[in-house]
Ligand binder design. Structure first.
Ligand code: MET
Ligand SMILES: [Zn+2]
Length: 341
């Protein structure tokens, strides 16, 4: 697949969606809401081992809420993390592949449901519209693997190098890519060094799979490490694999300003999937309830984000299928777009 085909993946998706495609919502926090205990260094990756059926259910819930893209449970799944739990390299790689398989299975089941059921918006609010659905293989940052909250500080210490980060991600990215996703989602990228590492890795490995780079911010100006968002977005913009660049896991109130700034350097489609705005207590490893915005408030921002250039919109931590359904419904073109056969 060359770069022409790479960009047509996104172009076709956006065209089908009537201009704005819907990304799914929080996966890990939704697994928790269903009772999964993620208090483990593997976090949501633990469910690949213990409850694949639950991951599949959550993917399906998001598809039925209108998501055009589902993101795999591999955010915190790394070969190093699984090995630390006693798995062999081969077993660890199988677990990575499994995250992609689960999402692909969910998509197949969804397509079956579209064929069996009435198409369109069935009475109970389930959206059963046959449409092109993409599986994005999540690649969480090195900080996410550390599971010490450093994906929200972006501080990997002075000793961290580009080479170390590339080596950390190299085999993982290759295994995920070969498991058959439609694209790679480099999510919650906390600093410039890691963005650079991903871009160089994709280039060095001659990877042909499309990817998106999505950064997070806690001040509404820079990425969480304090690095310039413009410099980070420029790295994404110049990487040939990258088909979308944007922001995730960031409070909704910061998004408008961040998007405006990304448009200064990005010509590629812009993706945004904020968290619920609740604050995270890193010491207690818990989200502080009711500190965020309601689904109604979240959704009231969506069309404004699109006006400033977002063309892929979804949710991150603590958003739910309900948030995604509300996003789908608020997009002017969705209810009228004929389903693609
Ligand atoms: C900390 S951001 C987590 C992103 C990941 N895709 C999830 O929803 O679980
Ligand atoms: Zn998140």
């Amino acid at each position: 697949m060359g770069s022409v085909e790479t960009s047509s993946l996104m172009r076709d998706l956006l065209k089908q969606a009537g201009g704005v495609a819907v990304v799914d919502g929080g996966l890990a926090t939704e697994l928790e809401r269903h009772g999964a205990d993620l208090n483990d260094p593997l976090w949501s990756a633990k469910c690949i081992l213990t409850s694949p059926h639950l991951i599949r259910t959550v993917h399906l819930d998001y598809l039925e809420a209108g998501a055009d893209i589902i993101i795999t449970a591999s955010y915190q799944a790394t070969i190093q993390g699984f090995e630390a739990k006693g798995f062999s390299t081969e077993e660890s790689e199988d677990l990575l592949r499994k995250s992609v398989e689960i999402a692909r299975e969910a998509r197949d089941i969804y397509y079956d449901r579209c064929t069996e059921g009435a198409s369109g918006d069935s009475g109970n609010g389930r959206i059963l519209k046959r449409r092109k659905i993409l599986v994005a293989a999540s690649v969480g940052s090195y900080g996410a693997y550390l599971a010490d909250g450093s994906e929200y500080s972006g501080d990997y210490g002075e000793a961290m190098t580009l080479g170390t980060l590339k080596d950390f991600h190299r085999r993982r990215v290759r295994v995920l890519a070969e498991a058959g996703p439609d694209l790679l989602a480099f999510e919650t990228v906390p600093n410039k060094l890691e963005a650079q590492a991903y871009a160089e890795l994709l280039e060095e490995e001659n990877m042909e799979l499309p990817a998106w780079f999505s950064f997070n911010s806690k001040d509404g100006v820079n990425v969480v490490s304090g690095d310039s968002l413009l410099e980070c977005a420029a790295i994404a913009e110049s990487c040939k694999n990258v088909v979308a660049v944007g922001i995730n896991c960031t409070p909704p109130r910061f998004i408008h300003g961040l998007l405006t700034s990304i448009t200064k350097v990005a010509t590629k489609p812009i993706i945004v999937y904020p968290n619920s705005g609740e604050s995270y207590d890193a010491d207690r490893k818990m989200w502080v309830q009711n500190t965020g915005v309601s689904d109604e408030d979240f959704v009231s921002y969506v069309n404004k984000w699109c006006e400033v250039g977002a063309s892929l919109v979804g949710g991150c931590c603590r958003t739910t299928p309900q948030t995604i359904r509300a996003i789908y419904r608020t997009l002017p073109n969705r209810s009228t777009t004929p389903p693609e056969q």
